[in-house]
Design a protein around this ligand. Sequence first.
Ligand code: SAM
Length: 285
Amino acid sequence: MVIKELLLKGSGLLKQNPNSNPSLESQVILAKLMNVDKSFLFAHIESEVEEELEDRYLSFIEKRKNGYPLQYLLGEVEFFGYKFKVREGVLIPRADTEILVSYVINYINKNNLDNYRLLEIGVGSGAIILSIAKNCPNGKLIGIDISEEALIIAKENQDNLSISNVTMFKSDLFEIFLNKPNKEEFDIIVSNPPYIDEEEMKKLQKEVLYEPQIALSGGVDGLMYYKRISLSARDFLKSGGMLAFEIGLTQGASVRDILYDFGYRDISIIKDLEQRDRVVVAYKD
Ligand SMILES: C[S@@+](CC[C@H](N)C(=O)[O-])C[C@H]1O[C@@H](n2cnc3c(N)ncnc32)[C@H](O)[C@@H]1O
């Protein structure tokens, strides 16, 4: 088949997946498999494609048609202007999370935090911590995750971005810091924790079911990690240090109340460009 026929066939098949963008995704998949830009496809629209490549393309299209996430098929996703590797076993970073990253970078710059120390709970692919490290290189950053698979991918992303001031460990929340002779203290603790509640977990779209449950489920009310992290973070924040969370769209008031109950001050809810609650920040006295 020639490129044009393959694109038409691919986009025709993808129409069966209501969560896909058929023409764009068929182009992106073919370009990725041919290791060329999309523009190359249009410049060579009548060129014949080798049968082996054609078969691989159609098998990718078939998977995508059945709801497999495009980002896992491509093996990468763009976040904050950087390319992050992703595959099954790690959450696909969402564009919404760029709000949290942007807030933290601005906070570091505005306050001239030289030699700042930052902890991220639940690094996943490393999207948050590595984007911050890249933009604010004068700090020491530590990331933890309970998932070995996620940490392997996060470290690959760290190598690809040539970042040397980030260290990542396996830990169940703050476990790794307990019983250490020298207490760790941070200027900033940041987290995009799992926050989907039990009811929502039953209604996830097909694509999301391929992502690790441990990266999604926030317990019965979706707030379990906000409570656990807010409780312990007080012991690891410097006085005046900031705790910053990404939140689900309806969780602003609940997370604010949790932070209030644990004694944080100056709690604020940050909205995204569509005026939806996206981030909550608070400070330790
Ligand atoms: C919503 S994902 C966020 C991933 C990444 N930071 C991002 O924004 O794309 C939550 C992450 O928390 C991790 N996680 C879940 N439970 C954890 C725990 N008890 N301790 C540490 N990390 C945990 C998951 O493995 C997952 O990588």
